[in-house]
Ligand binder design. Structure first.
Ligand code: PLP
Length: 376
């Protein structure tokens, strides 16, 4: 059996090595390392794939969020509403601009923002809602957009974990996540579903004026060379990463299918077990399984994790400390929150290896060992 990893980018690379190597050498030979045709072509292809008008590439998913908030003119003292049950970057992007992250509960089943909780947290200072499509399952975008429209708020979708996820509206319209809110952001961190071989990120919008502004902010606020209209930053996707991503984009749907197949396999093994809850799949969201995350009941999670590790099976806790309990957010009143569902989930979730290269032998081994431990 091949050794188990949370994500196997090496085997995945071996399968597309020829194409990727040629593309990288192409960039080296062109010596167009920053910007240029390769980056623009990739942005265009990704826009088509995601069904959005504009894709603005940038350096990483955290920058993408920060640039989005800057483009919406969020000011110190403004508030955004987001989840505490997320990766730190979602809300750190606000804090760095001295915008207050207001944490609300997630839904116990989807792990994504609870739409009802959002409305209760709106104040006169609220400027935006930042839903996270956690683990590859879409947040309830139809409800979130309705709340945003009613209260005149912006929506920034943190789509770092859900690229390629289809969201179905009640009238049957299907849109890809990241292209539903006013702005969507994503990350090409190597372990993400569309992963580069280094850092990368992108910002999505259908709004022409916002696209211009986002593009400017990512490039030192520059309108034309050496003319700077507004304060921006320096956030670029380099051409080598763009060339690699352009190839991997052609495989994204097949990668997602492989992840779903692996998730189906796990589901089958665990679905009726009284001590675990398998990932929920809401009818509106076509899960892309960035993570396969179980909720444990009456299982010693640390002991399970140690038991698996001893047998060469990695597992991860995403995330062991919710954002509102991070010291970083104490200045924003983090410890004053009482988020029971967030805390409850934080104590019970465990993610098993899931990626495009898992085979049945590996999955059988993982399943057998998880069952052996939880049946004890
Ligand atoms: C990975 C991730 C980010 C940040 O992306 P980077 O490219 O690492 O900066 C933001 N939000 C979520 C939910 C993520 O998973």
């Amino acid at each position: 059996m091949r050794p188990l990893q949370m994500v196997d980018t090496k085997t995945q690379y071996q399968k597309i090595k020829k194409e990727v190597d040629a593309a990288v050498i192409g960039v080296l030979e062109s010596s167009q390392f920053i910007g240029g045709k390769v980056v623009n072509d990739f942005a265009q292809h990704l826009a088509t794939y995601n069904g959005v008008k504009h894709v603005i590439p940038c350096a990483n998913g955290t920058d993408a969020l920060q640039i989005a908030m800057m483009a919406l003119d969020l000011q110190p003292g403004d508030e955004i509403i987001s989840a505490s049950f997320t990766y730190i970057a979602t809300v750190e992007a606000a804090a760095i601009l001295k915008v207050k992250p207001v944490f609300v509960e997630v839904d116990k089943q989807t792990f994504c923002l609870d739409a009802e909780a959002i409305e209760k947290a709106i104040t006169p200072k609220t400027k935006a809602i930042v839903p996270v499509h956690l683990y590859g399952h879409a947040a309830e975008m139809e409800k979130i957009m309705a709340i945003a429209n009613k209260h005149n708020l912006y929506v920034i979708e943190d789509n770092a974990q859900a690229i390629g996820c289809d969201y179905t509206f009640s009238d049957g319209t299907v849109k890809k996540t990241g292209g539903i809110g006013h702005i969507g952001t994503t990350s090409f961190y190597p372990s993400k579903n569309l992963g580069a071989y280094g850092d990368g990120g992108a910002i999505f919008t259908n709004d022409d004026a916002l696209a211009d502004k986002l593009r400017k902010i990512a490039a030192h606020g520059q309108s034309k060379r050496y003319y700077h209209d507004l304060v921006g930053c320096n956030s670029r996707l380099d051409a080598i990463q763009a060339a690699i991503l352009d190839i991997k984009l052609n495989h994204l749907d097949e990668y997602i299918a492989a992840r779903r197949k692996a998730a189906d396999f796990y589901d089958k093994a665990f679905v009726n077990h009284p001590k675990v809850t398998v990932p929920y799949r809401a009818a509106y969201s076509k899960h892309v399984f960035h993570q396969y995350t179980l909720v444990l009941e009456g299982v010693d999670r640390d002991a399970l994790s140690a038991f698996l590790a001893e047998r060469g099976i990695p597992s991860m806790i995403y995330y062991p400390v919710p954002c509102h309990k991070q010291q970083m957010f104490e200045a924003f009143g983090g410890s004053s929150y009482n988020l029971e569902i967030t805390d409850w989930l934080t104590e019970r979730v465990i993610s098993l290896p899931i990626h495009t290269e898992l085979d049945e032998e590996q999955q059988n081994f993982i399943v057998e060992n998880v069952l052996e431990f939880i049946n004890k």
